[in-house]
Structures are given as structure tokens and as C-alpha cells.
Design a protein around this ligand. Sequence first.
Ligand SMILES: [Zn+2]
Length: 419
Amino acid sequence: MKVTVLGAAGEVGRSAFTVESNGTRLLLDYGVQTNREPLFPVHIRPRDVEGVILSHAHLDHVGGAPLLYLGEGLPAYGTPVTKSLTELLLYDFLKISGDYLPFDAESVSNFSKNYVSKGYEEGFKIGSIDAVLFDAGHIPGSAITYLTGDRRLLYTGDMNTTKTQLLDGVRMPVLESDIVITESTYSYSDHPARKDEEVRFIEKAREIVESGGVFLVPSFAVGRAQEIACILYSYGFKGKVYMDGMALKTNSILLENRPYIRDYELLSKALSSVEYIQDWAKRKRVVKEPCVIISPAGMLVGGASIFYNSRIANDQKSAVAIVSFQVEGSPGRRLLEKREVTIDGKRYKKVKASIYRFDFSSHLGKSELLNFFKTKIKGSPKIIVVHGERRYSESFAGELKSELGFDASVPEMGESLVV
Ligand SMILES: [Zn+2]
């Protein structure tokens, strides 16, 4: 079996890998790196692969997929939720960054036509390779991919073993593997106890809103935004809560996919307790009143959160709650590290509003990741550590070697490995 790393080598973003076995070549994910101008994985001709398996609907895993559909395309496999959410993300991506993108709406609709939905634990075949998806617990519909050809390969995608408001966490049997491609987003530290973070979040939200400020929560529209709404609802938050961006469409997709949600009733009650913002008049109005605003983009790269952030930047009563991973070089990372925000895309100004960071990660932390390898992986696989900042991924690969005796390494982009 041969694996070639087309992206996510020493970086969080643009995941893409090819796997070859017994004359079949397939693709795992085809993402985009969006922290500045879009960066795609190593180019691949669609006719050179028999299919693509998509792990989950985040742009860093699916954002490059339309490039495979400029012509006839190839079958794309994944859960039904991943299909609906990916379409939503891709059309939105075109709306926001269309001028910089080497594909158009036709490629997205071609992608939809070629999509084959597969549920968890429902086996399927691509050429001579058997595939099966397991619940990765990361966002609704997210999957761990297990392939059997002349060798066995497990691709974690992004995963979480902790129970959250929305999901139960990884559900997967112990699997014998010869190759594991693993994410390492948070492989450098452990997360604080989830419950403590939720309480701290609610306390801050109450404090800010009661003192007349805006509590801005920049969030990915898929997953994190709904998780935040569920936290506010389940702790009985009394203030006004607004949701902006693609939230409405995302919410209806999630509500149509009941089997992929841990507590459906909680989600539907939480979502009907928030008010939606869909126009600029309302945006300008609500940012002046004490409230919580959940708005994309999670890393302040685009979306209405940039507008809200610039409006509240000078207000000491208001606060920005960073609840997502902030990629190196992203505006959100700059806000956290330097307390600076852009006003017109070029100039920076210091932020007077408070900035809080909360860890509601949907990725497992260091001990959980090591534990995953200890308890879920059988055999002595070669481990390819990806989807993490290089220095962290490298030290994690070192720990996989020293603590568990695995042969682990961080690849370069374009590197191939044969097992
Ligand atoms: Zn993800």
C-alpha cells in the first residue's frame, strides 16, 4: 500500500492524501488552507483516482473538492450530513472568495451529482479497496476512514473522544492497522475539563451582558456555533442570543439528520431559543445592545464577525470569546496574541474590549490522542502525523515512538510512503 501526502504536512489545513493498493488509487479528503489567500493541496488529475472519501464538512478537508469536478468528476463518498454541509460551505466559499477560486458553482453541483452517501459502519468498495466509516465525534457526520487493500489503513480525519453537547465522541472498535494517518491539531497539550470551561463561559457571558456589553463569539458556522447555542441554553442563559451567517441553513441540515445528533431535543430547543440575523440593518442595530452574538468566521477571516469585532473593539464593556482553534497567521491568532484587529483589511488597531479564550475543542488533546493509540489501534502500524503545526506534530511523533514504540513521523508535502 502506498500513501502520498498532498497536504496537511506540518500544517493545520488542506488535508489530502492518496492511497494506492492492488491497482486502485483513491483520495482521502481534498481541502483548502484559508488563513490568507486559499492554498490547495498538491494537484491531482481526477482521472488518476477512482474515488474520493470525505471525512467531514470543514473547508480544510473538503474546500478543494470542486477542483476534482471541473470535468466529469469521480464518485465522492461520505455521510449524508457531510454532503449537505459541504454543499453549503462550498457555495458560501464561492460567495466570499469566488474571485480567488479556480472553480465555480457548476463544479459544486457536479460534486453533488457524484456524491454517494454512506452511513457509519456501512462497508463499501472502491475498486479493489474495501472502505468503512466510523463516527469520529468531531462534528455531525464526521468520519474515521478504515481501508482494507493489500494492507490496512486508518485515517482519523479530525476526531474527538470527549462527549460534547452535540456529539457522543468517537465510536469505533479496536482496529488492526498497518498505516495510520492521524491528526495532531492539539497534540501538544491537554484540554481543561469541558464542564469547567462551560461554566466559565456562561459566567463571562452573564457578566458582560449584564454590564451592558456585547459578548461576541466568532464561531465556525458548522458545529461550533450550534455547540455554543446548546451550552447557553442548557445553563439557562437569560440574555438575548443572536446567530449570524450560515447558521440558519446549517441548523436546518442538522435538524434533518437526527441520527447524527447526540441529544436532538436539546439541539432543537437551543436553536429555537436564538434569534437569527440576516441583514445589515439588523447587524448594525444588535451590536449596540447587550447580547451574545454567535457569528462566523471562527478565525475572523471573513464573515460578519469582522464587522462586529471592529464595532466593539473600543468598548471596554464588551468582550470577544475565542472558542475555536486559531491557525498561525489568522486574524484570530493575531487578536489573541497581540490584541489587534484590522479596521480596513490593512491597518491594525489595539482592542480595548476584553478577549477571553475558551477551550471547546472538537479535537482530542494530547493524552486522549495517546490513549486512542493505546486502546484502539492493534498491530504495529507506521504512523503518519499530519494536521498540526510542525513543531508540535514532531514532538508528538517522538512521544508515539518513546511511549508506545510506534514508528511515527511528520511527512513533507508530496512525500510518499510504502508499507
Ligand atoms: Zn474539522
